[in-house]
Write a protein that binds this ligand. Sequence first.
Ligand SMILES: Cc1ncc(COP(=O)(O)O)c(C=O)c1O
Length: 480
Amino acid sequence: MTDNSLDLDSKAFARLLDRSSELVLNKFSNLESQKAFHDFPQKEIEHWFDEPLPKNGIDDFELLNFVKEKVLDTATNNLGPYMYAYVMAGGSQMSIIADKLASTINQNVGKWHLAPALSEIEKRVVQWAGQMMYYSSDAKGVLVSGGSAANLTGLTVARNVFFEKEEIRKKGLFGLKPFTAYASTEIHSCIDKSIDELGIGTDHLRKIQVNEDFTINLSALEETIKGDIDSGFTPFCIIGSAGTVNTGAIDDLEGLAAIAEKYQLWFHIDGAYGGLASTLDSVRDHYSGIEKADSLAVDFHKWLYQSFEAGCLLVKDWETLRRTYFKKASYLDTSLEEIGRLDFNEHYFQLSRSGKALKIWMSIKSYGIERIKRMIQKDIDLTHYLADQIEASEDFQLMSKSELAVTCFRYVKDLDSELEIEHFNQQLIPALEKDGRVFITGTKLNGQFVIRACLINHRMHEGTVDYLIEVIRDVAAAME
Ligand SMILES: Cc1ncc(COP(=O)(O)O)c(C=O)c1O
């Protein structure tokens, strides 16, 4: 190393890269024997990193060893097949490789000439996503950090385009009648956060009751819209779910599109969790109407098995995004402008943007869509397998089934009253976390606490699902 730059000489760099590859390979060795969660006390982990700002550097191999021991070896094991919590996909090897290459060239995909190939790749990936989901054969859109950002982006577009005549970007919300958005009670909390962040206020997000299958009740929706119009509000947007986080319920998208059309409202779909499953023939019918959405949020770090972060907002044309985000700035103008060059910063909030598209593009190229589809289908089939095991057992009670890969249930063995069941299951979750062999969390359905399993990992198989049930029984028995 010289002091002229931060770089190592190429031999030293190669040795370090080899060591980092060794660490990657080490994570993939015996994945099935690694715990899902390592129960270190928070204070202990805080202590590992508690040091003053380093004045001088340490040996890089020593640093990598420390990272191995304290970061890699203690990581919550999304990679492994025992992760059932939230919506935690296991990533894929190609996205690891692509991320490394993308950070090597360190492109800024804010302006075309700063990242020519990656700008084109991003456009291609967005178009492929639109085709996979039967949304549009020529979709436009932007890659964002995840589902929350994709929904926020979609609702920002909805607000800015819907109220363009009122010059909302210039005048803000001041002077406008309060406007209202509509979604089911099962909608993801990022929609509440988005509505809040957009200055609309969550009082104006109408939460519509759901049917027995947790899909939005269309007549209640229409009644609420009519009531709002009568009371002087301006309804502006319906938000449908293409797979809710709690139960994987897919709203009647066709029905929502018809209501949006009737009342001339923006139609946004949250497909962060379930959107990509629409590529499967087996569930395709449930997504009828997806093509009518004005905007569609999707997450590639979920059912495309990408490493965090990779979300996407899709729309039908670039103009929609430009009308929402374009801002002239002399230092960003360029005389190099050529027909066809698309600057993402003119179509999204961020200026500097990472090359997320590379991992998505390389994964789709490497695995091919048919193989990815087989993995999504496997997650769904395994979830049905889990639900069947639960249903057939005497010590568990199935609480929800899904077309997608999430199922909810409760442990009920020797528990007599509702109160006991509720209490026991609530205690079970932290006990399972402490045990660490599997990682699973809970939620509430119709006010009842339930254990929720989400399967979104191509490394799972029937044996690992059996293991989940076995571990829950084991930990429950120890609690009893
Ligand atoms: C239906 C749904 N919408 C939105 C989100 C938020 O996505 P992200 O965690 O990528 O921000 C999730 C996350 O699980 C989800 O399931």
